[in-house]
Design a protein around this ligand. Structure first.
Ligand code: BG6
Length: 293
């Protein structure tokens, strides 16, 4: 399938009717549907996704920088690049019982990228759709340079919700966080669970590996399980910021919540030849549980 820029998109399907669509533009998952055909990721109706701008929604990859504190553009360059498909990817582990449909995408720096970020790397993103409809993203960054480098990373996941006022996040209670709205001051979460009534932009630090996003109205819970991704970003722009964003409808902030598995506070450092792996699995269940933790 091609998008309106003529850039390829790959559709993964499972036998029960679930699907995931991945764009070579940014290696971005732009749609994920359950077996009833319901869309689980938010995408803005105003998103025009005209390359190189990433589409507002889905799951953009933030690499090698998260946010705007650094020398690079906001959230790094990976989400703007055209990735390639690895036609001969390593196979899935033999013991993987949840037989998956998957695709491996690769990103290597262009001459232009090297001017801004002079480090040779290979970023491999595996997107898997499980038999049970779960979505798993596995990124591997390899240092193929002659010197060490460090980076931050996030799966900037726009989840689709009925209404932000119905949403509650569990699993981040008592965690320390940076409030991006208050110039990165460090706070400690006090409440039972996170709810929303105004702009929200926080980075929860060294958080547990399971976070649940509950949508009461839809009776749907997104359970995010992560490995190699200690931090969790929770972001909703609310009304004022949405109005200032060209790619987001004025009221669309109500239908989205960004919950990102990320590495931000302590960037990853890789020596030549070393590899880092960050895995995020999103499962949708009828109620709340992170019971295995
Ligand atoms: C969030 C950040 O993850 O991304 C916010 O915490 C930022 O500070 C937002 O405004 C921007 O996202 P996007 O997708 O519009 O680049």
């Amino acid at each position: 399938v091609k998008d309106w820029n003529g850039i390829d998109q790959i559709v993964l399907r499972n036998p029960h009717g679930a699907s995931a669509r991945v764009s070579l533009h940014g290696g971005q998952v732009i749609s994920w549907r359950n077996d009833r055909g319901e869309e689980l990721l938010f995408t803005s109706s105003k998103a025009n996704g005209k390359a190189p701008k990433p589409m507002q929604g889905g799951i953009p990859i933030c690499f090698p920088q998260f946010g705007s504190c650094g020398s690079l553009e906001q959230h790094g360059f990976a989400r703007k690049k055209i990735w390639i498909v690895d036609q001969d990817p390593p196979s899935l582990p033999a013991n993987d019982s949840n037989r998956k449909s998957f695709i491996d995408l690769l990103l290597k720096p262009s001459e232009e990228d090297l001017k801004f970020w002079p480090h040779s790397f290979e970023l491999r993103l595996r997107v898997c759709l499980g038999m049970d409809g779960n979505l798993t993203l596995i990124s591997r960054v390899r240092n193929i340079d002659g010197k060490p480098f460090s980076f931050s990373f996030a799966y900037h996941s726009y989840l689709s919700v009925s209404d932000i006022s119905e949403v509650r996040i569990e699993g981040l209670e008592t965690m320390d966080y940076f409030d991006n709205l208050c110039h990165k001051e460090r706070f400690t979460e006090q409440g039972d669970a996170i709810t929303f009534e105004s702009e929200f932009d926080r980075v929860y630090l060294s958080s547990p590996n399971c976070v649940a996003v509950l949508d009461h109205e839809r009776k749907r819970t997104y359970v995010l399980r992560k490995e190699g991704l200690p931090d969790v970003v929770v972001w909703n722009p609310w009304d004022k910021k949405s109005k200032a964003m060209a790619d987001l409808g004025d009221d669309e902030y109500r239908q989205m919540i960004c919950v990102d598995g990320a590495v931000i506070e302590k960037p990853i450092s890789l020596k030549p030849g070393e590899e880092w792996k960050g895995r995020l699995e999103i499962v949708v269940v009828p109620s709340s549980f992170c019971s295995e933790d």
